[in-house]
Structure formats: structure tokens, C-alpha cells
Design a protein around this ligand. Structure first.
Ligand SMILES: [Zn+2]
Length: 483
């Protein structure tokens, strides 16, 4: 099976074939750094972290560029997010973006999200943006009005190809603007003249000004990845106008397709309402990391499909944390059992190796199916059920067998999904007590099998008094020492 991805450009699943064998060029729209990142950002960047990990797992060299928007993010209302943030905090705009750029990277590090290959800042690529604007003017796709330059949507018949928006519908819905200097309400700014209060500004052929938000992504993608990139990532909420405008201006300027696959993530809701700064219902990544371990946040995000709308509630995160714990208990039990497994020199059990190969094939088939991480996690739970059985069976598994199980947990759960930590708290060996506790747990299972319920329950209660908690689940019984 080969990797299939859902391409928003064609609105269907397609086989993923990069332009150059073995090499993937990937551009993902990064954050606007005017405040702390929230869980909506975590959804997107954890999803892409796994997409990149998986592409690398498949053997591709991935050139991953993700920009930092530190200038030019102007809302439709005309509000400049960064200037407004600087006023709010009474700091220089560049001080604001430096603070929140660092905060963003701290959050991503905390979530176990790998750094992009390059994290270019928009403010560091003004000449490249000016070059694109000049090319569009020279080819008649843009016009200047009083120091500002706009893209002429009427000059580009394919406008709306990505987002599915139709120019006529957009015109119908456009608000009548007072003193609009644009030729058409659907035209968008490539370069804006700087009014005196606008501190972030640069000289250009059209006077002092600053770039529009969309043009920065076009410029940085071209600078580091070339005129046609393999994958363009971002949130579905930005498909219009941001992604559409990026695509149109890049293609008009360069004369070649901009991105071959548009892979966009879904939306994070809070109690059914979209999480956003403007709605005030956002949970910062820092808040969430103070309450939950990073693997639980990743697990919560990855149990849904990356294109889905995910609903965040405290209950759903608590449930995710519990679900993850069941998996980690199984992994820890295997790791604890390895040093004291019998037959240190015996080869691994071929039947178990076959079964592991099956789990791996199922896991990879899920990932190949448009990065179906939820399906992949389901495979890990099936594997956990089997590994618990292996530990508590009549015939103890050999050391090599258990090492093979642990190696597959590490390969799939740690390296690809990042939900199993390198070392687990419960894998610390308790020394000699441990085989004895295992023996008592097995004895209790024997008692239950013989329907000696009172004796089995009594044994469990006495273990609880000693600080050993037993957990009966569909995957068998695991235990944890409360200390
Ligand atoms: Zn972008």
C-alpha cells in the first residue's frame, strides 16, 4: 500500500507522489505571534508533527518550512493584530513578536513537536515580498493606488479554484465600503502604504509601507522551497482568503502551480464553539500543559482524524489521559518484565513475531490512509491486549520476545506518534517484590478462574492495603505501586 492523502485542491484522496523521488518540500502556515498559542494551534502543529514524522519514517527527506508571521496580519476589519498587541502590552511591536515567538517554540517543545527545518520570519523577507509584488505589477495582475498595491482578481479567471468560492458570490456578499480605493471589493492587498502611526514599515518602489499577510507565505515558500512545492499545510479556516490568495498570487507571479497537495487540518471547538482568541474561549497550551502531560494532549488530538472538528472539554481530556494510561500500563509492564524474563538466550517466539508484524502492517495501513492516527492508535490498543496476555499467560514469554514487543511500541508509539515517553514512571523496577506481586496477581486470576470470588477479592483488598492497586480491564489485569 502506498500513502494516500486527501488533497483539498481536488477534494479527493490521491496517491502521494513527490516531484523529486525521496524528497518532500513542505510549507505550513505558521502562527501570528501576538499572544500565547492556544489548543487550536496545538491541533494543527501536533497533526503536522506526526505527518512529518511519518514521511521521514517512510524514508523521505522532508524540507519543512513553517513561517512566523511577525508583521502584516491585518484583519478584514482593518485591525493590525501585532500593533494592537503591542499597544495592549505597551511594548515595541518587535518586542511583542520576539516574546511570543519564544513562547510559541517553548510550547511546541513542551508538546514534543519537532522544530521545522526552517522557521523564517516575515519581517526578515521584505525584499522577497517586494519582488513578487513587482512581478505581479509587471504582468498586469496588480495595480497601485496611492502607495498601496492590490491584486486584480479580475485578471485571474481561476480565482477560487482552491477554496471553491466564486467571484460573483463574493461580490454579492461584499460590504459596500466607504472610500474603497480598490477597483473591486474582492481585490486584496499585496502591499499597504504605512500611515504615520504604523511603526513597522519599509521603503519600497511605492513608498514606505508593509506587506500584506498572504504575500509573505508566497515569498518564503518560494525562497526556501522553489516555485512549486509538494505539500502546503494550514488550517481549513484559512483556506479563504489566505490560502486562496497565496496560491493565486504565486501562480500569477511564477507561471507554474504553487502547491501540488493541500493538506489542511480541522478546527478545535470548546464545548461546541470554535476556539479563538477573538471569542475569548481559548485555552493556552501553557494552561493545558500545566494540567495534563504532553503525551495526553497529543493522544487527545491524535485519536481524532487531523481533518476532523475536535471538541475540547475537560472531560474529553481527562478521558484521553485515562485511555493513554491503559496503553502506558501495558508498555510499562512489558519493560518491567524484560530484565527478569526467563530464557535470556532463547530466540523470540515466532508466533509472537508474526503477530507483531501483523500489528505493524495494520498500523502502517492506517497511517497510509490519509494519516489515520485514530485507527493507528486502535491498533496499539489491540497490541496492548495481546502483550498483557503474553505477560500473564501460563507460559512466560522469553526475554527476546518481550524485547521485540517493546521495540515495536517504541517504533510506532514513540517515534511516529510521540505518545509513549522514552521512560515511564511505572517501569522503574521495584526489585525483588515485583515477581512476588506478579505471582499474587496470577494467583488471584487462578482463583477467579476457579470462581473463588471471595478469596480473589480478599487478595485484591490486601494488596490494596499494601499500596498495590490492581486494574482489571479488557486487556487483562495490570498493577501499579502507589508510591
Ligand atoms: Zn500562510
Amino acid at each position: 500500500m502506498t500513502l494516500q492523502v486527501y488533497n483539498y485542491l481536488t477534494r479527493r484522496k490521491e496517491e502521494f507522489v513527490p516531484q523529486h523521488p525521496g524528497l518532500v518540500s513542505l510549507y505550513v502556515c505558521g502562527p501570528t505571534v501576538y499572544d500565547h498559542a492556544h489548543l487550536g494551534h496545538a491541533l494543527g502543529y501536533v497533526s503536522y508533527d506526526v505527518i512529518v514524522r511519518y514521511l521521514r519514517y517512510l524514508g523521505y527527506r522532508v524540507m519543512y518550512v513553517q513561517n512566523i508571521t511577525d508583521v502584516g496580519h491585518i484583519l478584514d476589519s482593518g485591525e493590525d493584530r501585532i500593533l494592537k498587541g503591542a499597544q495592549r502590552e505597551r511594548v515595541e511591536p518587535m518586542e511583542l513578536v520576539e516574546t511570543y515567538t519564544r513562547s510559541y517554540f517553548d510550547d511546541m517543545d513542551g508538546l514534543g513537536v519537532g522544530r521545522p527545518s526552517i522557521s523564517p520570519r516575515a519581517s526578515g523577507h521584505i525584499p522577497e515580498q517586494i519582488e513578487i509584488v513587482k512581478a505581479l505589477l509587471a504582468q498586469g495582475h496588480a495595480y497601485e493606488v496611492d502607495g498601496s498595491v492590490y491584486f486584480d482578481v479580475a485578471s485571474w479567471p481561476a480565482y477560487g479554484e482552491l477554496s471553491g468560492r466564486k467571484v460573483d458570490d463574493l461580490l454579492e456578499g461584499a460590504r459596500v465600503q466607504v472610500r474603497d480605493e480598490k477597483r473591486s471589493p474582492v481585490d486584496f492587498a499585496l502591499w499597504k502604504r504605512a500611515e504615520p502611526e504604523h511603526i513597522l514599515r519599509w521603503p519600497s518602489p511605492w513608498g514606505w509601507g508593509y506587506p500584506g499577510w498572504h504575500v509573505e507565505c508566497s515569498a518564503m515558500a518560494k525562497r526556501y522551497l522553489g516555485e512549486t512545492i509538494d505539500i502546503h499545510g494550514g488550517g481549513i479556516e484559512n483556506i479563504f482568503p489566505h490560502n486562496e490568495d497565496e496560491k493565486v498570487q504565486s501562480e500569477a507571479a511564477n507561471g507554474v502551480p504553487f502547491a501540488r497537495y493541500w493538506i489542511l487540518w480541522g478546527t478545535l471547538n470548546v464545548e461546541g464553539v470554535k476556539m479563538s482568541k477573538s471569542l475569548g474561549n481559548f485555552v493556552t497550551i501553557k494552561d493545558a500543559l500545566a494540567r495534563y502531560r504532553p503525551e495526553a494532549l497529543r493522544f487527545f488530538i491524535l485519536t481524532s482524524h487531523y481533518r476532523a472538528t475536535v471538541n475540547y472539554t475537560d472531560d474529553s481530556l481527562t478521558a484521553a489521559d485515562k485511555g493513554l494510561q491503559r496503553l502506558l500500563d501495558a508498555v510499562a509492564a512489558v519493560r518491567r518484565a524484560i530484565p527478569r524474563a526467563p530464557d535470556a538466550d532463547a530466540p523470540a517466539d515466532p508466533a509472537v513475531l508474526d503477530s507483531l508484524a501483523d500489528y505493524k502492517a495494520q498500523f502502517l495501513a492506517s497511517m497510509d490512509n490519509d494519516f489515520d492516527t485514530g485507527g493507528a492508535i486502535g491498533v496499539l490498543f489491540n497490541m496492548a491486549r495481546e502483550s498483557n496476555t503474553l505477560l500473564h499467560g501460563a507460559d512466560p514469554a522469553s526475554r527476546a520476545t518481550l524485547e521485540a514487543v517493546d521495540a515495536l511500541y517504541r517504533e510506532l508509539g514513540a517515534d511516529i506518534l510521540g505518545i509513549i515517553p522514552e521512560t515511564l514512571d511505572q517501569e522503574r523496577s521495584l526489585g525483588l517484590e515485583e515477581p512476588l506481586i506478579d505471582l499474587l496477581v496470577r494467583t488471584r486470576q487462578d482463583l477467579r478462574a476457579a470462581k473463588q470470588w471471595a478469596l480473589a477479592d480478599g487478595l485484591r483488598d490486601q494488596l490494596t492495603e499494601l499500596g498495590i492497586t490492581l486494574r482489571d480491564g479488557p486487556d487483562g489485569t495490570t498493577w501499579q505501586a502507589d508510591r
